[in-house]
Each structure stands twice: as structure tokens, then as C-alpha cells.
Write a new protein. Structure first.
Length: 207
């Protein structure tokens, strides 16, 4: 009888703990949804390029896909005058670990087949996770620093890059409700910058 009583008490205790964890995950989920919501949209760096001619007018699109699988964004980045020929095509997977929000970067094995498909996001239902490849070490780790404001960066020398003689790349990102500040740079093995903006990140304004 005593054993049965102890089992009942233990069950109540375990259930109580699960309820507590559930409330935390719900809070985290709300913040995660907030981040994904403010990230998605169409952006340009036109205003920034007019203030500082060393920056180009860049188009950035981030469209939600695979809504039944989690939080995924299809991303195209291009010269604004050549949006039909993006120089960067990616899929971001956004997850949460405690107070950190991780944006994993994936390339597409046949990216040309998906260019422009942001117009019809349901088309990506035909794409599987086997058709994309994770850029290991290139994830951006963000923290929420205020309502509709997240900021973070990649790890230190963790993201390999061979572009223009680079050895590794870094990204520093701030996301707000209507703007994304993104500073991507490439460095050679000696730490010398070989590509990317030199004076600060690109200012992408949502439109």
C-alpha cells in the first residue's frame, strides 16, 4: 500500500514538472514566431546605397516555406536591377535553444530550378530536406534584445569560405520589425579581409 502511495506521489510530481516545462516552451515558441515573422518579407538597400555609394542597391527576399515542418525561409539575394539572377539562394532553418535563436544556412543542390519560386511558396512542398545541404559552422546565433529586435553573429572562424581567396566568413546580423542590418565579410588564413563591406553592414529596409 505504501509503495502504491509513493508511486502516486511520484506520478503527480513528474506531471507537475512536465507542466512547468510546457509553459516555458510555449513562451519560447512565441519569441521564435516573433523572430520568423519579422524576418520574412521583401527588402532593399536602396536608401543605404544612395547615402554611401560604396554600397550597392541589393534586393533581399525571405519567404516562409514548409510550414508543417517547422520554421523555414527561402532566401534570394540579388542586385536590385537583376532580381531574376540572384547571386545567393538559400534556405534558412530557424530554431530555438534556450535564449538563443539559431538560423541554420542551407544551400540547394539545384538552386537554379528554384529561382523565382518565392512567388508560389507551395511549390517548395516538392522539395525535400535531402535536396538541401547544411553549411556547417555558418549558422547565425541570435538573442532577443527587445521587442521585435534580435541580434547575433556567426562563430569565430567557424564558417569556411573559398570566395576570392577567403579562408573563412563571418556574419553580424540585427533584425528589427522593418529592417535587417547584415555585415558579411570574408577573410584569408592570415585574417586579412578579402571580400565584403568594410565600414559596416548593409541596411536592408522592408517595403
Amino acid at each position: 500500500m505504501k509503495k502504491l502511495f509513493l508511486l502516486v506521489l511520484l506520478s503527480v510530481f513528474i506531471i507537475g514538472c512536465n507542466c512547468s516545462k510546457s509553459s516555458v516552451s510555449q513562451k519560447d515558441s512565441s519569441e521564435l514566431k516573433e523572430l520568423v515573422s519579422i524576418m520574412q518579407g521583401q527588402y532593399s538597400s536602396e536608401a543605404h546605397s544612395k547615402r554611401d555609394t560604396s554600397y550597392f542597391n541589393i534586393s533581399l527576399r525571405m519567404v516562409p516555406i514548409w510550414k508543417n515542418k517547422g520554421h523555414f525561409l527561402y532566401v534570394e539575394q540579388a542586385m536590385f536591377s537583376k532580381q531574376e539572377k540572384p547571386y545567393r539562394v538559400r534556405i534558412y532553418k530557424i530554431t530555438q535553444n534556450g535564449d538563443q535563436f539559431i538560423s541554420q544556412i542551407h544551400t540547394l543542390k539545384d538552386e537554379k530550378a528554384w529561382i523565382g519560386k518565392w512567388k508560389t511558396p507551395d511549390a517548395f512542398d516538392a522539395l525535400t530536406e535531402n535536396d538541401i545541404e547544411l553549411k556547417q559552422g555558418c549558422e547565425v546565433v541570435l538573442k532577443r534584445i527587445g521587442k521585435n529586435k534580435f541580434s547575433g553573429k556567426t562563430g569565430d572562424k567557424t564558417c569556411p569560405s573559398e570566395l576570392r581567396g577567403a579562408s573563412y566568413a563571418t556574419s553580424i546580423v540585427t533584425v528589427t520589425e522593418n529592417e535587417i542590418l547584415s555585415w558579411d565579410q570574408g577573410f584569408d588564413k592570415n585574417g586579412k579581409q578579402v571580400w565584403g563591406a568594410e565600414n559596416g553592414g548593409y541596411e536592408f529596409v522592408k517595403y
